[in-house]
Design a protein around this ligand. Structure first.
Ligand code: NDP
Length: 333
């Protein structure tokens, strides 16, 4: 069986050379473990942080180690009571065609409830991030203006729709016209800015948010966040979820400097980590799946075919190649 290992640590933008495709013996499950065949593998922006040798909320990978990823897979062999061959499961496994996991690290996926790939997207970690990040940290009220960056991505697309459901005016930023059209035509955003085609982001933001900004859900940082900052309203909330615009910087520019804005507005800026919501994970998934069934929340997936293309799928995140959740299709049931 094959797995991807970290070949070297990237400096700046990661490249294909940072990944090694290696053939290894198929692992065998011990007592309490199951052997899982990967059907879908997730690639996520936070993995860039794990390629770096630095302390963060997720442990760095060692060079030469297999990399980890969210996986939806089929149980091939089970040495645990909880699962039987043929079950579909999800969990944090490896960038691998097969992996062994403790049964208690896996959750069942019910294929009758919808496409199993959604367990890595709208009905998985990104969905939960959007749900609690917006509702707990952003705390939108009816009539508020909510801005979300990387709005056509896995997290951002769900944030915007939840904000719409909360009765807010919703504005998103994204990197192509195809994306901004999807946001306004299909997801019910009130306005969307293609930041790659906008010379003056500040004026575009002012035009899209005539009443200022009450909630900013930040997935990207950098110039988009700079354009939001002057338009924060009194008692606004900033939920800092991601800073993808800065993940490949070798030296992050100094900042933030414009903190006087927070005195003027008494705005609250708060970082969020989806792992803090373990206890409320199920509640988020239940509510999200109801919204999906009712067509209140729509989602897209960008599925890259073939395990050998997993690094390309990951690198594509930094080029904005994905609309919705970026996935790799690795195997068939
Ligand atoms: P997405 O599906 O949103 O994919 C990443 C997107 O980021 C790309 O499609 C691209 O879209 C955009 N992007 C890439 N580079 C830049 C740039 N330089 N400037 C602006 N936008 C850029 O990924 P996720 O939904 O999985 O994650 C979104 C963010 O949320 C990430 O920052 C991630 O790290 C963070 N996150 C945080 C969690 C937490 O617990 N705090 C949990 C999960 C995710 P575009 O075309 O718009 O440029």
């Amino acid at each position: 069986t094959r797995q991807w290992q970290l070949a070297s640590r990237p400096v700046g933008e990661p490249t294909a050379e940072n990944f090694d495709l290696v053939t290894v013996d198929r692992p065998e499950p011990d007592d309490g473990e199951v052997l899982v065949k990967t059907l879908y593998q997730s690639v996520d922006p936070y993995m860039r942080g794990r390629m770096r040798d630095a302390e963060s909320y997720a442990e760095p990978w060692d060079v030469g180690d297999p990399m980890e990823a969210g996986v939806v897979g089929e149980v091939l062999e089970s040495e645990a009571d909880e699962f039987a061959a043929g079950d579909v499961v999800t969990g944090n496994l490896l960038w691998a065609e097969h992996a062994v996991a403790d049964a208690d690290e896996l959750q069942p996926v019910n294929p009758d409830l919808g496409p199993i790939s959604t367990a890595l997207g709208v009905l998985g970690m990104p969905g939960v991030t959007a749900f609690w990040g917006l509702l707990d940290v952003g705390d939108p009220n009816p009539g508020d203006t909510v801005v979300v960056s990387a709005a056509a991505g896995a997290v951002g697309s769900v944030v915007g729709q939840l904000a719409r459901i909360s009765g807010a005016r919703v504005v998103g930023t994204a990197g192509s016209d195809e994306k901004t059209e999807w946001l306004t035509e299909e997801l019910g955003f009130d306005a969307a800015i293609n930041y790659k085609e906008t010379d003056d982001l500040g004026s575009a933001m002012a035009e899209a948010c005539p009443d200022g900004i009450d909630v900013y859900f930040d997935n990207v940082g950098g110039p988009i966040t700079d354009a939001v900052w002057p338009r924060l309203n009194v008692h606004s909330r900033v939920a800092v979820c991601g800073q993808i615009a800065l993940y490949n910087e070798t030296e992050v520019p100094t900042g933030p400097r414009k903190l006087a804005k927070l005195i003027e507005t008494r705005a609250k800026v708060e970082g969020l980590l989806v792992g803090d919501y373990q206890d409320r994970w199920g509640e988020a998934l239940e509510r999200l799946s109801t919204f999906v069934q009712e067509d209140e929340i729509r989602y897209r997936e960008n599925v890259v075919e073939g395990f050998e293309n997993a690094p390309d799928a990951f690198l594509g995140l930094f080029e904005g190649e994905n609309i919705g959740k970026q996935l790799v299709k690795v195997g068939e049931r």
